[in-house]
Write a protein that binds this ligand. Sequence first.
Ligand SMILES: [Zn+2]
Length: 97
Amino acid sequence: MKDFEVRGVRRNGRVEYAVYNGSTNERESGFYTGRPLAESYCDTLNRDKKKREATTKRKCMCCGNTFLSEGIHNRLCRNCGHNGLGKEMIDPCTLQR
Ligand SMILES: [Zn+2]
C-alpha cells in the first residue's frame, strides 16, 4: 500500500495541488492553491494510515466483541472502555421513575 502524495494539477490556467492516494490514484482532498497546505493535509492522512495499520483486531475482555485495538494496552472495546467501568455500581432498582 503506497502512501498518500501531493500532486500538482493544472486547473483554470494555474497549478493547484491536491492529495492523491498513491495506490488507487484517487483524489483524497480538495484543490489547494498552495503546496504547503496540501502537504500538511497529506502528512495527516499518512499519519492516520500508519496508525490504522498499527491497530489490530482484538477481543474485548468485557463483552467479547471484536474491535480495533490501538495496542496491547487497549483491551476493552469503545463501548465498554467508556461505559463499562462502574456500570455495576448503578443499581437499576434505585433509579427514579
Ligand atoms: Zn466490550
